[in-house]
Design a protein around this ligand. Sequence first.
Ligand code: PXP
Length: 396
Amino acid sequence: MPLHLIDQYSPGSCRINRDILQNHGLRLLEILHCADQVFSIVLIDDQAMADFNHHYRHKKGPTNVLSFPAREGEEQFPGLESELGDILISVDTAIQEAGQANTSAHRRITELIIHGLLHLLGYDHERSEEEARVMREREKELLQQLLTKHLSSGRRTMPHLAINVDHVATVRQARGITEPDPVLAAGICELAGAEGIVVHLREDRRHMQDRDVRILRQTIKTKLNLEMAAVKEIINIALDIKPDMITLVPEKRKELTTEGGLDVIGNEKKLKKTIGKMRKASIPVSIFIDPDAAQIEAAADIGATFVELHTGRYCDATSQKERDMEFRLIEQSAELAFESGLRVNAGHGLDYLTTARVAALPTIEELSIGHAIISRAVLVGLDQAVREMIAIVKGA
Ligand code: PXP
């Protein structure tokens, strides 16, 4: 392995996803045409960094990054021909700097890896103003190249449209009879081109019934995404019918629809246990969360495969300014989640006007849309309503 990532940072104080940093380090070697070289990244805390800073630079206190090249000028240490050297990073300082720059800890650590790698390759910002400028420019370039490479490797196609057919069941339940049948509706959605069907089996069974989910499991040709609360009864149903994935959502008896994202931080233990059970049954788990950095990091930390970003506040915005602000939050969150190694879906409240902008985000894999499509279907028919939304999602 051309990169040794040594994590000496005490766990618990911050969630650092080693895989992301490892991937970034390896990609940087490729971009720099150094894939045959080896280097190490050592993650430490401020105390350890202060000791190194004092020992090697006679400076007081911690710094963010220190590099130790294996080569000094023309001199190569014997036996270390393929070695670039070691980079020490203080995670404490990186987190602090990330907060000040309003960016993620992973992004800041990646910037420090770039800085350290350039030092290992002979760049220096202390020798002269000109060299400092060249190094800064190269840092910017590398970060851009890394993120472009990262993003382009993430999504190969347009996002998928998964249709939530709960509202068909809502109409049926209003009469307490057998029609309209959400199972038939799901079939029409698939025939019109939907790439997934979503149903929410609520504890109060206000719309979807157990029978619907069981038949859908047998009839759906695309992908069944079961939305559910992390409660024993529904977990057992999911383990029994084995949907293609589940999406964990918060559930309140009195709400008209899901009102907000799950509080992953406050429910970490319960959610982690549910993810563990689903993992054993090979069912990927998505968590429906607000576009919030702390919730994203918590979702990555407990082993979710996906997050579904709540688009409700963006859709409900009452001014363009507010909508733009909410959109930026979704955009940044999608990027952060993607960088954290999560797959990213989005949904709630999306309609024929608000969907295009979210669908254009390069990190979004799937959109989950229900109400807007079923409402339009009442007027123009389900087939047409689905086809019109697919055209928007695919940017046609
Ligand atoms: N995603 C989640 C987690 C939901 O709970 C819902 C609503 O059931 C949706 C997406 C779809 O929202 P809408 O019906 O507003 O399109």
